[in-house]
Ligand binder design. Sequence first.
Ligand code: G3H
Ligand code: 13P
Ligand code: ZN
Length: 316
Amino acid sequence: MIVTTKELFQAAYGKYAIGAYNINNLEQCMGLFQGNLASKAPFIIQISKGARSYTNKLMLESIIRCADEIFPEAIFAVHLDHGDEATCMDCISSGFYSSVMIDASSRPFEENIAITKRVVAAAHAKGLVVEAELGQLGGVEEHVSVDEADAKLTDPAQAQEFVERTGVDSLACAIGTSHGAFKFTGNQGLHFEVLAAIQKRLPGFPLVMHGSSSVPQDEVNRINAAGGKISGAKGVDANEFRKAAKLGVTKINIDTDGRLVWCRVHREHFLNHPENFDLRPPGKEFMAAYSDFIAAKNIKLGSVGELENVRAAVKK
Ligand code: G3H
Ligand code: 13P
Ligand code: ZN
């Protein structure tokens, strides 16, 4: 059942965070549903602009519609990740997405507000909800490149003004993370003091944490042992998710870690089975491994076992 992120956030706020997982293909989609159902967790499927154009924007939609039929007990939101204004409008009119993210965080404050307001008006008119972003994450995003040195944490006073003036439903805040596998060069970590200050100004308002992959060293080591060349990768400590959830983070975005699972499974498969050229055996291994990965993440997020509570809440 497709619901809005707003409905999921109402159930989760202050208690746990919902996993927001990016997908690009049917193997990820199957593993995603299986892992969330195995752990009885509600979840958010994220589709980026790049994922929409990987094959054709309708392809992922059809795969997700199909998964909804195959797994009727699942409860999830379908969310556009890091949209520009045009992509948001396209998703809003598609009738399929339940929420969109407008990412105008690279624009000046007033321009970010103006763009976000237009998207909020269009989305709310059709019953969709909107996530926006304020502050700048380090690292590289699809259409925004920000030097780690220039990464700007979200200003709590500006966050309050932004939310009040835009009417947005949730806010992605920059608290020290960045996208991709190379988040930290030293001992940096999450800026919980920024989250606490934002929550104080916006009590009960859902916050979003991007760039939340953990980049497990064990996964990286296995990839490298099977022929990969990834060095210096470092991510967010997943044991900090619950602390962030208590401070108002209701959505935690994870993409890179799923890509690492894909890479590890395929590298190891072909290393161990050099005679194989069939795509189905590694595909099956990946779906099972991705399902296990999702279930393990949900434990860290605290969303395990919350499915029936959410079902009861959305029925009311
Ligand atoms: O934040 C970006 C997500 O990891 C999506 O990545 O734009 O390569 O699909 P992508
Ligand atoms: P990671 O690169 O840490 O997985 O972040 C994903 C993300 O924020 C998607 O919007
Ligand atoms: Zn992101």
